[in-house]
Write a protein that binds this ligand. Structure first.
Ligand code: BEZ
Length: 179
């Protein structure tokens, strides 16, 4: 059976220059359909904004390889984390991210419904996402890249399967060979 991404509403913050004052942002609700309907995208999910592996490798490497993903038929790349919109926007800005789009799953609803919510109380994080990636085509999960060892309070932070390099390689290998 085809597995679809769950239908949830994300609470995002978007810039609106019609708002005066030092903080010209407003709330904008975006649904799963807004992000996934009619598009083939790469989604990657990680344990937390501003954390070392995510900030040093995973997010910046997806940004660097964005055009390579586009060349393989990917319309968008989304980075999701169980962090609120203020944190996700601040992280993207701090990292100079302009191509990859961040999705705030502050309440963890999307992550929970994906079956990827884990406790990270051992780090004082509360409930967060296990690290995974996916190619999602019109809301249907086409390819799945989950780090090994899915568990609560994991002592390590596996990273490799869901790296942009690995996902890009899988997309290349999945291409039909010309006759
Ligand atoms: C990291 O990305 O390096 C990281 C993620 C979660 C907890 C600790 C570190």
């Amino acid at each position: 059976m085809q597995k679809k991404v769950p239908n949830v509403t994300f609470r995002t913050r978007v810039r609106d220059d019609s708002i005066e004052g030092p903080n010209p942002f407003r709330w904008e609700h975006k649904t799963s359909d807004d992000y996934f309907a009619g598009k083939r995208v790469v989604l990657f999910s990680l344990p937390g904004a501003f954390t070392p592996t995510c900030s040093t490798y995973q997010l910046p490497d997806f940004e660097k390889l964005y055009d390579d993903f586009k060349a393989k038929g990917i319309d968008e790349i989304y980075c999701i984390s169980v962090n609120d919109a203020f944190v996700m926007n601040a992280w993207a800005k701090a990292q100079g991210i302009g191509k990859v789009k961040v999705i705030p799953d502050g309440s963890g609803e999307f992550t929970r419904k994906m079956g990827m919510l884990v406790a990270k109380d051992n780090l004082g994080f509360g409930m967060r996402s296990w690290r995974y990636g996916a190619v999602v085509n019109n809301g249907v999960i086409e390819m799945w890249f989950e780090e090994e060892g899915f568990s609560d309070n994991c002592e390590s932070d596996p990273y490799g399967v869901s790296s942009p390099q690995n996902i890009l390689q899988a997309l290349k290998e999945a291409e039909p060979v010309a006759a």
